[in-house]
Design a binder for this molecule. Structure first.
Ligand code: AMP
Ligand code: ZN
Length: 496
């Protein structure tokens, strides 16, 4: 079997994955800023890392998966100046910032559960780690890598580089180019160098979210939060750090600088970045106005949507592309995904209902065993190749062919062989459900189903087919429902 390789943004190549302390794996993923409903683009990134978490666990690693919630410090425009995204929303809605945080955290959890994403092992919040952040700021000042200015504290990039740091090494940005790109913004005069970034910000009295610190009332910098939370739960160096491609710079670049500054070594072994969900080639984003919410997708209510799509259709749509490729949203692609998902889920249902029954002494065809083993191997090879879910799905379809051949008796169980059948069942079910996180969607619209049955009941009554009428009645009863056949209307109710 091919060993697991992952594309490391830091080295710009696929590398063999070797955890620091196998079988344990430390995985940190930047979580959402909980100031608004998550859109489908955000979901893509979180589902990519859910699949990574699932696969690492499947192949035997004991993963500590930390995904934070950013509940303070992320400023509008992702810069060092401006309003806090959560504070701004709290003012707009006349709510406590923590009410905003609570509302959108609950929404985020619901959305992730709907897409069948597993919860992380730890979900720390930035506001819950204020002491750690203030301590880290103090330490960076003591080391001469940060300086105070007007109650804010900035990381000193020139000093960091003088001491051997390589700011820009993750994103490949060159310092001189960055300097040329940087426009003079309000408040930048506080900085020694325009590229220096805030690790603590002074807060004016109108600022809602502020804490007491040695530098006055303020709040932590967005980049420092992730450094403190990842270090606390995974150590000063851990295995994998993930996030969307757009977080590479400056967020993750700054995390490396802070981690290195604090501990004299790189904080992360493998940096993984998932690519963007786009709409007509443009990144889906709230600010561009081309984003839509999962709820709009399930209801089919957004103007960009021809119809409603179910959560598993969408998950499947995302798995059909490699996480490092951009994925463009389109109705045609989603419709094709719906078809593909349903074909596989039909296979899953058939497979689960089948049992191996063969006549004594029947001839077994060894060919099938080899083919199933080859597909099983190919599934692992695909995922070991930097988590290539797109290729893996191709092999599930190859196994589906076998399931359908068995179902239509094109191939008999005797011909297939018991061992091959057992492997077909294990491989297909494990990869579909456990690794890719897909499942049968049983929660179809119950009301529509019941309505349809009532129509049948009416029809049978009109035709005086009383046996059938009784059959429908007893079916309702078995479901804990009763038919209320009244003079003026026929309806159903829960059996009391
Ligand atoms: P935010 O709440 O803005 O910090 O974003 C949460 C996560 O969603 C980050 O990892 C972003 O990189 C990611 N993200 C934002 N927009 C997109 C998009 N269009 N496609 C994929 N991921 C995205
Ligand atoms: Zn982060």
């Amino acid at each position: 079997m091919q060993p697991l390789t992952l594309y490391n943004t830091l080295s710009r190549q696929k590398e063999r994955f070797e955890p620091i302390s196998a079988p344990h794996v430390g995985l940190y993923v930047c979580g959402p800023t909980v100031y608004n409903y998550v859109h489908l683009g955000n979901v893509r990134t979180f589902l990519s890392f859910d699949t990574l978490f699932r696969y690492l666990t499947h192949i035997g690693y004991k993963v500590r998966y930390v995904r934070n919630l950013t509940d303070v410090g992320h400023l509008v425009g992702d810069s060092d100046e401006g309003e806090d995204k959560i504070g701004r929303m709290a003012k707009l809605e006349k709510l406590e910032p923590m009410e905003i945080v609570q509302r959108y955290t609950l929404d985020f959890h619901n959305v992730m559960a709907t897409f069948n994403a597993l919860p992380p092992s730890i979900e720390p919040t930035a506001t819950g780690h204020m002491i750690e952040q203030i301590e880290a700021v103090k330490e960076l000042i003591d080391k001469g890598l940060a300086y105070e200015s007007n109650g804010s504290v900035y990381f000193d990039i020139e000093q960091y580089n003088r001491e051997g740091g390589q700011y820009g090494k993750l994103s490949g940005r060159i310092l001189d180019d960055l300097l040329n790109e940087t426009r003079e913004l309000d408040g930048q005069s506080e900085k020694r160098n325009p590229l220096d970034f805030a690790i603590w910000k002074n807060a004016s009295p109108e600022h809602l979210m502020r804490w007491k610190s040695p530098w006055g009332m303020g709040f932590p910098g967005w980049h420092l939060e992730c450094t403190c939370m990842s270090t606390k739960y995974l150590g000063t160096q851990f295995d994998i750090h993930g996030g969307g491609m757009d977080l590479k710079f400056p967020h993750h670049e700054c995390e490396i600088a802070q981690g290195h500054g604090l501990n004299n070594h790189d904080p992360v072994r493998y940096w993984m970045h998932s690519n963007m969900l786009t709409v007509n080639g443009q990144k889906m984003s709230k600010s561009l106005g081309n984003s839509f919410l999962p709820s709009e997708l399930f209801a089919g209510t957004h103007p960009l949507l021809d119809q409603a799509y179910s959560p598993m259709t969408v998950r499947f749509f995302m798995l059909q592309s490699h996480y490092r490729s951009t994925l463009d949203f389109s109705n045609d692609a989603l419709k094709a995904a719906q078809k593909g998902y349903r074909r596989l889920v039909n296979g899953l249902r058939l497979l689960k209902s089948m049992t191996f029954e063969a006549e004594e002494g029947a001839v077994v065809e060894p060919k099938h065993g080899e083919e199933v083993a080859r597909d099983n191997q190919a599934l692992y090879d695909a995922l070991n190749d930097d988590l290539n879910t797109a290729v893996a799905i191709g092999h599930l379809f190859s196994l589906l062919k076998k399931i359908n051949q068995l179902d239509t008796k094109q191939v008999s169980m005797e011909q297939f062989g018991e061992a091959a059948f057992a492997q077909l069942q294990t491989t297909f079910v494990q990869f579909f459900e456990e690794v890719l996180g897909l499942k049968e969607e049983t929660s179809r619209d119950q009301t529509a189903m019941v309505g349809g049955m009532l129509d049948l009941y009416r029809e049978y009554k009109t035709q005086r087919l009383y046996d059938k009428v009784d059959q429908v009645r007893s079916y309702f009863k078995s479901q804990g429902l009763v038919i209320r056949d009244m003079k003026h209307r026929i309806d159903w109710a829960y059996e009391e």
